[in-house]
Design a protein around this ligand. Structure first.
Ligand code: CP
Ligand code: NVA
Length: 340
């Protein structure tokens, strides 16, 4: 089943259109929802969309997307909204930062309302279970736009950025230095699907979740990926093709900021640490960055940094995800674009 998706996304847009969604999973809650072939299909379709955006201009005409965000966002909100507009669809943003989803009425009731009005639901939540519950109840696709456990769209865009830069992802290694958080989890799982190598250095007590590591290792047994965990930033970075970090204090953890600043201080990405990476190594960050904390100005402002490529690619990758989830035809297949 998955090979049909891969084959379809390597064709021209018109050839690809009828096949792209036939077997696609209904939701994107976790990178675990995808197979290795499906992860590759996202990257392949994103590449096609990035190269030939005009061919996809009407792909989601008549489709409607709603975003409920319990946390702030610059990149995720705007890349979803701009991406949907460029595919011909429309978006509605619901600012949920003042009260959590489910506080006013049950998640299942919200889901059963939304599925009557719109075609896809994009959620940024504190609790991963909120995304899972909405996905379980809604009969429209649900996309995780960041929860406390995962940030799947980010990791897919990051590996797309690495593929653009280095080509074969099986030949490169990423050093992730910092918190074993939502971004780290999605990177681990995406790396595993793609047969790549990741070396992670996290302070004691801030390791990635054991279940995510176990799942990534299980996928890696199939794909040949290498997952190495430790606590030494220099060992992780040695010879790496990319050095990645994220904030030390994620949204929702603000009360822990003092203890986290102390625990993570030896994990800062600075020029000294970058010297241990390959000469051609890039610096990556999902943003927003806390300059002077997890990364110095000298590194993030250097030519090695690809942080704005990552930010741009969020849009191309999310457009691919929306087309795959919503069964978007291309502009030359207007009949496929009728409102469901
Ligand atoms: N990287 C990312 O998700 O950024 P926002 O929090 O601004 O959406
Ligand atoms: N780990 C960060 C990612 C922000 C895009 C957070 O959850 O706040």
């Amino acid at each position: 089943m998955s090979s049909q998706i891969v084959n379809a996304t390597r064709m021209t847009p018109t050839e690809a259109a009828p096949e792209t969604t036939a077997f696609w999973p209904r939701d994107l809650v976790s990178i675990r929802d995808l197979s290795p072939q499906e992860v590759r299909a996202v990257l392949d379709l994103a590449s096609l969309i990035k190269q030939r955006p005009a061919d996809f201009r009407g792909a989601l005409a008549g489709k409607q997307m709603v975003l409920f965000f319990e946390k702030p966002s610059l990149r995720t909100r705007l890349t979803f909204e701009a991406g949907m507009a460029s595919l011909g669809g429309v978006s509605f943003f619901v600012d949920q930062t003042a009260s959590h989803l489910g506080a006013r009425e049950s998640l299942s009731d919200i889901a059963h309302n939304l599925e009557r009005w719109v075609n896809v639901l994009v959620l940024r939540t504190f609790d991963h279970a909120t995304v899972e519950t909405m996905a379980a109840h809604a009969c429209i696709p649900v996309i995780n736009a960041l929860s406390d456990v995962e940030h799947p769209c980010q990791a897919l865009a990051d590996y797309f950025t690495l593929q653009e830069r280095f080509g074969d992802l099986r030949k490169i290694s990423v050093a992730y230095v910092g918190d074993g958080n939502n971004v780290a989890h999605s990177l681990l799982l995406t790396c595993a699907h793609l047969g790549s190598t990741i070396r992670m250095a996290t302070p004691q007590g801030y390791e990635p979740a054991a279940q995510v590591v176990a799942d990534a290792r299980e996928i890696a047994r199939e794909t040949g990926a290498r997952i190495e965990l430790g606590c030494d930033p220099e060992a992780a970075v040695r010879g790496a093709d990319a050095v990645y970090t994220d904030t030390w204090t994620s949204m929702g953890q603000e009360r822990q900021v003092a203890e986290r600043m102390a625990a993570f201080a030896p994990y800062q990405i600075n020029e000294d640490l970058m010297h241990g990476a390959a000469d051609h190594a890039v610096f990556m960050h999902c943003l927003p960055a806390h300059r002077g904390a997890e990364v110095t100005d000298a590194v993030i402002d250097s030519p090695r940094a690809v942080v704005f490529d990552q930010a741009e690619n969020r849009m191309h990758v999310q457009k691919a995800i929306l087309v795959l989830l919503l069964g978007g035809g291309m502009s030359r297949f207007p009949g496929r674009n009728a409102h469901a």
